[in-house]
Design a protein around this ligand. Structure first.
Ligand code: NAD
Length: 486
């Protein structure tokens, strides 16, 4: 399972996938397909009502309670294999349905899930022995987990969540994002096919054909749901945390990057743009704004331009901000807020730029602009290949502004530097769940960096880079006076 991706391997995989897709090799059908069927084949585990979906997941949970850990590991291995085999299909479906992201990068994300999501080895019991005997603490399943998934990494999140939750012994019911329901339900079906193929229940993970806020509400209130896991923006995380149930919340981020004058500037420019443009900036960990020391800013910007960026004038940046964000004024308070224009989220840079009359080719993968700290490109989580760059005079100013731009999400931050004092100071002060040094953001989820992967990064509730053990409850078993063998 421990695959260490080198940059060359990632590039090779992406090139292979792109060539396969171009040659039509996986040939995913994106026309005859909906939230309940794919090419006329009914998707397994998809129900008309949330009540039916919960009942099916509960029956699946009861069925796997009777299976061994080795059986569960067999299910996980099978899910890995199916995920690898159908990665290109799911990537193409995701882009076709949501119009967001890139097929090559989404394929790589599914491969990452298949290779680096932990399985049953993540569930480890603890033993304590002493004068009074032996006490065991074991990690038990919750039962049926209710999971809310986003539109930005739809099938990736369904599969990654399923693997961890099943490894922990749970059944799962999903209320996926309505804008990515057909892709998400394809993934639900894939998990069920993979599990059943190696002797598991026919349905272990379930979903609904038409997810709504009402079906989510049924999930929150249903007595069979013992744990809620929510991956999405601030609204849904708030709703889940208010449910009165044990909840894991993986919410929004706005990851800042600091570049100081000790960094390898050419590498920093490439790393930042590679991370920022990965799946067109959809990952919540992706670089969203940059704070660069004034004395190296020109070199950083030139390096970015060499790596597929167009440098916008301030006037162009302001014009673009008006297009990619919709302004809202609260009628009562007069408070101004901004909502991202869904037609721009996760789109190619050239598609977004065309909206303000700038026509560029596919070689341009990101729009960059020098802006002041208050600019919307710094303050808002755009999830688009657009990067605001702010010049700073020193590390004090860089850290102060970067922490403010992170908005207390405590999600992710990045830094390019060789000064260990500066690196340590920013890491301490920003308090994020993920902190990446001298690499593209995706190193933080195991892509060219050590450690396991997840697409559910639980900052608000503290589980961090979630894995199977995050979806367990602790149980203690005490044997008094015996079984200490020393
Ligand atoms: P979103 O917030 O629009 O939707 C997430 C899910 O919540 C969807 O299934 C949606 O239908 C549902 N939803 C929204 N409001 C709800 C409510 N009140 N009750 C029940 N369900 C509700 O998110 P999105 O646009 O698909 O994803 C992007 C957001 O998610 C970004 O803010 C991104 O940072 C965040 N995100 C975070 C992580 C993480 O691991 N922390 C991972 C992916 C995405």
């Amino acid at each position: 399972m421990a695959i260490n991706w080198t940059e060359a391997q990632v590039a090779e995989l992406v090139a292979k996938v792109v060539s396969e897709i171009r040659s039509g090799s996986p040939a995913p059908a994106t026309e005859n397909w909906s939230s309940t069927q794919y090419n006329g084949r009914k998707l397994i585990g998809v129900y008309a009502t949330m009540e039916e979906a919960i009942a099916a997941a509960e029956a699946g949970y009861k069925a796997i309670r009777a299976t061994s850990v080795a059986d569960r590991e067999k299910f996980i291995t099978s899910i890995r294999n199916y995920c690898r085999a159908e990665a290109g299909t799911m990537a193409a479906l995701g882009v076709a349905e949501t119009k967001m992201g890139r097929v090559d990068h989404k394929t790589a994300k599914h491969m990452l899930v298949a290779d680096k999501t932990p399985g049953t080895e993540d569930i480890v019991a603890e033993a304590k022995t002493g004068d009074y005997g032996l006490t065991l603490t074991e990690r038990a399943p919750f039962g049926v987990v209710g999971a809310i998934t986003p539109s930005t990494n739809p099938s990736e999140t369904v599969i990654c969540n399923s693997m961890g939750m099943i490894a922990a012994g749970n059944g799962v019911v999903f209320n996926p994002h309505p804008g990515a329901i057909a892709t998400s339900n394809y993934a639900v079906d894939l998990v069920n096919r993979a599990v059943h193929a190696v002797g598991g229940p026919e349905v272990l993970v379930a979903s609904v054909a038409k997810p709504t806020l009402d079906t989510a509400d049924v999930m929150y209130k249903h007595p069979a749901i013992r744990l809620l896991v929510c991956t999405g923006g601030p609204g849904v995380v708030k709703a889940v945390l208010a449910s009165g149930k044990k909840a894991i919340g993986a919410g929004a981020g706005n990851p800042p990057v600091i570049v100081d004058d000790t960094a390898d500037i050419e590498k920093a420019a490439k790393d930042i743009i590679d991370g920022c443009t990965f799946d067109n900036n959809l990952p919540c960990i992706a670089e969203k704004e940059v704070f660069v020391f004034n004395n190296v800013a020109d070199r950083l910007i030139a390096g970015m331009q060499k790596n597929g960026c167009i440098l916008l004038t301030r006037e162009q940046a302001d014009k673009l901000a008006e297009v990619v964000l919709n302004k809202k004024v609260n009628e009562k308070t007069g408070k101004v807020s901004y909502v991202v224009n869904r037609d721009c989220v996760g789109r190619d840079a050239r598609v977004i730029l065309a909206k303000i009359g700038i026509n560029v080719g596919p070689e341009i993968r990101c729009a960059i602009a020098e802006v002041p700290f208050e600019h919307l490109f710094v303050q808002e989580e755009l999830m688009m290949p657009i990067l605001g760059i702010v010049r700073v005079k020193d590390i004090d100013e860089a850290i102060t502004l970067a922490c403010k731009a992170e908005h207390g999400n405590r999600h992710t931050a990045h830094m390019h530097s060789k000064n260990i004092d500066n690196l340590s100071r920013f890491a301490k002060e920003v308090e994020t769940t993920i902190f990446v040094k001298n690499a593209p953001s995706y190193a933080g989820i195991g892509f060219g960096g050590e450690g396991h992967t997840t697409f559910t990064i639980a900052g608000p509730t503290g589980e961090g880079i979630t894995s199977a053990k995050s979806f367990t409850r602790l149980r203690r078993c005490v044997m008094a006076d015996h079984f200490r063998i020393i």
